[in-house]
Design a protein around this ligand. Structure first.
Ligand code: ADE
Ligand code: ZN
Length: 333
């Protein structure tokens, strides 16, 4: 890891899917480790091959299939955290998907063993390099796997609390099932003390955000950008103090908006909604947390102090204990 320079603005990331964070170089290394072929989903230049959202989710699964042992997850967690640290990101929350690893014969315990090891390695390295980092994990169910599978995920994660797992969430195909159908799974997680977020208002439109707020115990919404289409919903997001995990380059790459100039992040802020910036599945969208901040700063011409308000809001909405939050906020100040 290279310690970021004094001028690098401090960042925090709340919304990144762990397999979606796998850098092509690492994926090539893991594929070689397991004798797997990459040609179906990766070009020679390292970019991933996908066309629309459905096909993106399929490509995501192919990449995820290469990450199939606790050691692979340790390497991935360490690699991503150190890449983020080099860009000035000192707090990261990852989405973990037990349903992805189950397809490969890995248990939830295997997954936690791997990611904890990777977290410890990255943390030790970051301390030695003088830029300490922190991270937490949000276990997610997959919407397209249905409500019963989601309950199993919630039961598994709450049966064995892990100090690094502080949240519960839902990703996957927002066009299937309803938010409400997942209320029982979220209730199990929430009652066990996990803080909650769900993907909504990405492909689902503003109504999916309303459904999430009506039926799930969430304090944050993954994406939520399409809330901009409904003034009453904007008011509700303000009143209920909901934070949006906005991932601009993901929205552009997946075709929600043609460019950053047309992306609603600034409008959401003007409406008084709490927004943060994350990268979602960075190598799939030729992005990174540093690039997200840089591109938005170039678009708006904002100062580094103004940009650091995104970091502050991320830490304020982070799924961490108050003491850790206070420590991270002190570093930002
Ligand atoms: N899984 C990974 N990236 C996702 C996205 N942008 N939306 C829903 N599920 C996802
Ligand atoms: Zn996402």
């Amino acid at each position: 890891m290279m310690k970021p320079t004094g001028q690098t603005l401090l960042k925090a990331e709340l919304h990144v899917h762990i397999e979606g964070a796998a850098h092509p170089e690492l994926v090539a290394r893991l594929a070689a480790r397991h004798g797997k072929n990459l040609d179906a989903f990766m070009r020679k230049d390292g970019s991933y091959i996908w066309s629309d959202f459905t096909n993106f989710l399929e490509c995501y699964d192919q990449v995820a299939d290469v990450i199939c042992t606790p050691e692979d997850y340790a390497d991935l967690t360490e690699d991503y955290l150190l890449r983020n640290a080099a860009e000035g990101c000192f707090y990261t929350e990852f989405f973990l998907s037990p349903d992805h690893v189950a397809r490969l014969g890995m248990s939830y315990d295997n997954l936690m063993e791997g990611v904890s090891e990777g977290y410890q390695r990255a943390r030790t390295r970051s301390l030695a390099d003088g830029f300490p980092i922190e991270a937490r994990f949000i276990v997610t169910c997959l919407r397209h796997m249905g409500p019963e599978a989601a309950i199993k995920v919630a039961e598994r994660v709450t049966a064995k609390p892990h100090p690094l797992v502080t949240g519960f969430g839902m990703g996957g195909d927002e066009r299937l099932f309803s938010q409400q159908a997942f209320a029982p799974a979220f209730a199990i997680a929430h009652q066990a003390g996990l803080q909650c977020t769900t993907h909504a208002g990405e492909f689902g439109g503003p109504q999916s955000v309303i459904d999430a707020l009506d039926h799930l115990p969430v304090t944050r919404i993954g994406h939520g950008v399409r809330s901009v289409e409904d003034p009453d919903l904007l008011k509700r997001l303000r009143n209920e103090d909901i934070t949006l995990e906005v991932c601009p380059q993901s929205n552009i790459a997946l075709g929600l908006y043609p460019s950053l100039a047309e992306h609603p992040l600034e409008s959401l802020m003007q409406a008084g909604v709490k927004t943060t910036i994350s990268s979602d599945d960075p190598p799939f969208f030729a992005s990174s947390i540093g690039r997200e901040y840089d591109l938005f700063q170039s678009q708006t011409g904002w100062s580094s102090q103004e940009m650091e308000q995104f970091t502050r809001r991320s830490l304020e909405a982070a799924f961490i204990d108050d003491e850790t939050r206070a420590g991270l906020l002190r570093r930002l100040a």
